[in-house]
Design a protein around this ligand. Structure first.
Ligand SMILES: Cc1cc2nc3c(=O)[nH]c(=O)nc-3n(C[C@H](O)[C@H](O)[C@H](O)COP(=O)(O)OP(=O)(O)OC[C@H]3O[C@@H](n4cnc5c(N)ncnc54)[C@H](O)[C@@H]3O)c2cc1C
Length: 371
């Protein structure tokens, strides 16, 4: 039997949440091992839209709004650090986000979001504008756009390069990344955690369960409740075209290479990652309302991927009462929150604490219990 690999912190799940925590904890001086199930797993980190979207995030849920906005404000520092350290261009830019409005009801909703954000003390400026305002920013909009809302804080990133940079950065610091290493059993043994994987046994003083949809089954083994379920999102990608949308939209953005990403749907489809033509067509139709010239642009691919959803859509971060030193981490906006996971949560977990900013996000707000 191979010898047990022993570390300060075991992170189970090499998606964006686990990788960000692992990189951040490693920067704080912890000896970290990141375990990932591999290609057979459901992996939102490889199928997402790549938006850091803050306007409207957490409206009516002030702790979530504050945590998200903190992440939004940290993105520049985070992206700079990660790129400097790894030399990987993660494609981050912050042109600001535009929410298009097609009806008075849409404009009213944007006004409500702006007002509620201000009432809750949200540190973000949202400007609601009429058609002329939107057209001044983006002359290419279609005739059906009657207004919009703009925020400078919204940004976008290449999710795959982001994931690669976090994992390479971890390894460059001496951290360990095991792929094809699903945690098959987790237990607490003489004050330390032991994880069984097909590649060998791993031991650690602390452990974080950040296994996306795999967390629901694993977390109870260390006294944590992570009641997550899948929600499918489909995304459509066009061929590359000359740049004409220099901002990001909540359902449409143009990548640095010129492709348009159009998405994402919200579907209850169980664990199916399938795509279907009617959903893709509906996504395209709504993008064409914003930009009629997209009707002439070819679609090159589409995919379906599963979001990791908690019952109320907010994150879960918690330390186990039964097994102190075991932590949960999950959310459905892991791109947006990546900066906070890397620069706040990772270092805190390296030190064996949870930051005060996440104290609201315990699982006991749901009617579920760890076994
Ligand atoms: C269509 C779509 C669009 C999205 N768009 C955005 C967006 O624009 N902005 C945004 O902020 N967020 C977006 N998201 C959400 C974002 O992708 C996720 O929040 C993010 O990927 C983080 O998820 P995660 O790390 O919890 O899970 P995942 O990325 O799913 O990773 C979980 C990892 O755990 C591993 N795993 C599972 N079980 C085990 C086990 N037993 N042992 C070891 N490893 C295990 C898997 O291999 C996997 O790599 C989108 C998601 C989808 C599906």
């Amino acid at each position: 039997m191979p010898p047990t690999s022993t570390h300060d912190l075991i992170v189970v799940g090499g998606g964006l949440i686990g990788s960000a925590i692992a990189w951040g904890a490693s920067r704080a001086g912890a000896d970290v091992i990141l375990l990932d199930e591999g290609d057979v797993a459901f992996r939102a980190a490889r199928g997402n839209f790549g938006l850091i979207w803050l306007q409207g995030k957490g409206v009516g849920k002030p702790p979530y709004m504050r945590w998200s906005l903190q992440a939004g404000h940290l993105w520049r520092e985070f992206a700079t650090l990660l790129v400097e350290e790894t030399g990987i261009d993660i494609g981050w830019s912050q042109p600001g986000g535009l929410q298009f409005c097609f009806s008075e009801a849409d404009i009213e909703k944007c006004r409500r979001i702006e007002a509620e954000t201000r009432t809750d003390g949200g540190d973000i400026a949202i400007t609601v504008m009429d058609r002329a305002g939107v057209e001044a920013l983006v002359p290419a909009i279609g005739p059906e756009v009657i207004g919009g809302a703009y925020s400078t804080l919204d940004s976008h990133v290449s999710p795959l390069y982001l994931l690669r940079a976090l994992q390479q950065g971890l390894q460059a610091r001496g951290g360990h990344y095991w792929s094809a290493a699903p945690a098959t059993a987790v237990r607490r043994d003489q004050g330390a955690f032991a994880v069984e994987t097909p590649r060998g046994r791993v031991a650690g003083k602390r452990i974080v369960i950040a296994a996306g949809l795999g967390a629901a089954k694993l977390a109870p083994e260390v006294g944590l409740a992570m009641p997550v379920r899948p929600e499918r999102g489909q995304i459509v990608v066009t061929e590359r075209v000359k740049p004409f949308f220099p901002y990001v939209g909540s359902g449409v953005r143009q990548t640095v290479e010129g492709s348009f990403l159009i998405g994402s749907s919200h579907e209850e489809a169980g664990f199916s990652e399938a795509t279907d033509v009617s959903t893709g067509a509906a996504l395209c139709a709504s993008a064409i309302r914003a930009f009629p010239q997209l009707a002439e642009v070819g679609v090159v691919r589409s995919w379906g991927s599963l979001r990791v959803m908690t019952p109320d859509g907010m994150p879960i971060y918690e330390e186990s009462e039964r097994c102190p030193g075991a932590y949960s981490a999950t959310c459905h906006s892991g791109v947006t929150l990546c900066s906070a996971h890397a620069l706040i949560l990772g270092p805190a977990l390296a030190a064996g604490t949870l930051p005060e900013a996440v104290s609201y996000f315990r699982s006991d707000r749901f009617d579920v219990q760890a076994h």
